[in-house]
Design a binder for this molecule. Structure first.
Ligand code: HMG
Ligand code: MG
Length: 321
């Protein structure tokens, strides 16, 4: 019996700082620096690290070093708290990159492939240059090949509360996309409040719609995750609402990296993903437990801040620092 099954108050945490936290950062973070953050997270007790994305470097230059980062992390020592590694893949080309990284590592280094679409047509078009329908069609071979390679598959849905381009999103629309992803065979659905627009009330309405459509069997830490951005400081309150509804898996980012570009102003980046250290404090305050150690996460957050400070300073001096 796993610890998760043994204690119904145990919460699964995926740290997404290396992917969501860095993908919009203006200053390019060197691979070796990302390796330092990965190392700090590696032994922290988080259940999963979303390491990178196998996407076009023209679209997301910050994650253009996916292969090199995998080589670096493949050298880390394994132990009892070694986390699952996952990466985003938008299409078959992305999955081929992930599988090549695993082959180069000589083992299943990345154990989960994450496809991503949205509950908003406008956002899907802007993010991955496809309609929702087209994105789901792209996922069919990606999911089949991932499963054939022994990978789990996460299906992200962005804009589950609101879209930065089209405004509020109806809970029924989120439920519809979730049902279609479930029909395609994803193992897990991750509900993304991309711009941090959620309140406890809207989060509850969205979760009720999704769970009403998917069925209670999806209410498991391995199957349903909430991915909150903390743009308006509401993320912890939304976590508490979701916990009360039975959700036991959350994404977060150390130091709250990941300011949403749609919510940022020049020189004033918006707050980012829900900070992992804040999530841990919220969970502890409400009587829930997680595998991640608060001390180790605080150290990883400090590492993340240092790394970004160095990258930004280097960027400001035109690379001369
Ligand atoms: P496209 O331009 O329509 O793709 O982009 P294409 O198939 O026409 O190919 C164009 C070029 O990209 C070609 O290269 C392809 O080979 C290459 P060229 O011939 O011009 O040299 N290409 C690739 N290269 C590397 N890896 C690949 C790949 N695919 C094609 N996988 C595409 C379509 C999906 C590729 C593009 O739109 C893309 O990469 N988008 C990435 C978007 C992204 O990563 N967004 C952020 C993640 S989602 C998110 O943050 C939300 C989330 O956090 C939840 C939430 O908060 O809501 C998850
Ligand atoms: Mg996100």
């Amino acid at each position: 019996m796993t610890a998760l099954a043994a204690n119904p108050n145990t919460v699964r945490i995926t740290d997404v700082s290396l992917r969501d936290g860095l993908q919009n950062e203006a200053a390019l973070v060197p691979t070796a620096e990302k390796g330092r953050l990965a190392q700090a997270l590696w032994g922290s007790g988080v259940d999963e690290i979303e390491l990178t994305s196998f996407v076009s470097a023209k679209w997301i230059p910050q994650l253009g070093d996916a292969e090199a980062l995998c080589v670096l992390v493949a050298g880390f020592e394994h132990g009892p708290t070694t986390p699952l590694l996952s990466a985003l893949v938008p299409n078959e080309k992305g999955l081929a990159g992930l599988l090549a990284a695993n082959q180069a590592a000589g083992h299943r280094l990345i154990g989960k492939a994450s496809v991503f679409t949205a509950a908003s047509e406008a956002f899907t078009r802007k993010n991955i240059n496809a309609s929702i329908d087209e994105s789901l069609q792209r996922f069919v071979p990606v999911i089949a090949q991932s499963h054939a390679a022994g990978l789990r598959v996460r299906g992200y849905i962005s804009c589950v509360i609101a879209c930065p381009l089209a405004g509020p999103v109806a809970p029924g629309q989120v439920a519809e996309v979730a049902a279609r992803l479930a029909d395609l065979g994803v193992d897990e659905i991750d509900l993304g409040d991309t711009i941090g627009a959620g309140t406890p009330e809207s989060t509850r309405a969205m979760l009720e719609a999704v769970l009403g459509r998917l069925g209670p069997g999806w209410l498991s830490p391995e199957r349903l995750t909430l991915h909150l951005h903390d743009t308006f400081g509401q993320a912890s309150a939304c976590v508490l609402t979701a916990l009360a509804m039975g959700v036991r898996s959350f994404d977060a980012s150390v130091a709250g990296l990941g300011g949403c570009p749609y919510a940022s102003q020049p020189g004033k980046p918006a707050p980012g993903n829900l900070a992992t250290e804040r999530l841990l404090a919220t969970l502890a305050g409400a009587g829930y437990v997680a595998g991640a150690s608060a001390g180790a996460i605080d150290r990883a957050a400090a590492e993340a801040r240092d790394i970004l400070a160095r990258a930004r300073a280097h960027c400001q001096t035109g690379g001369a620092a």
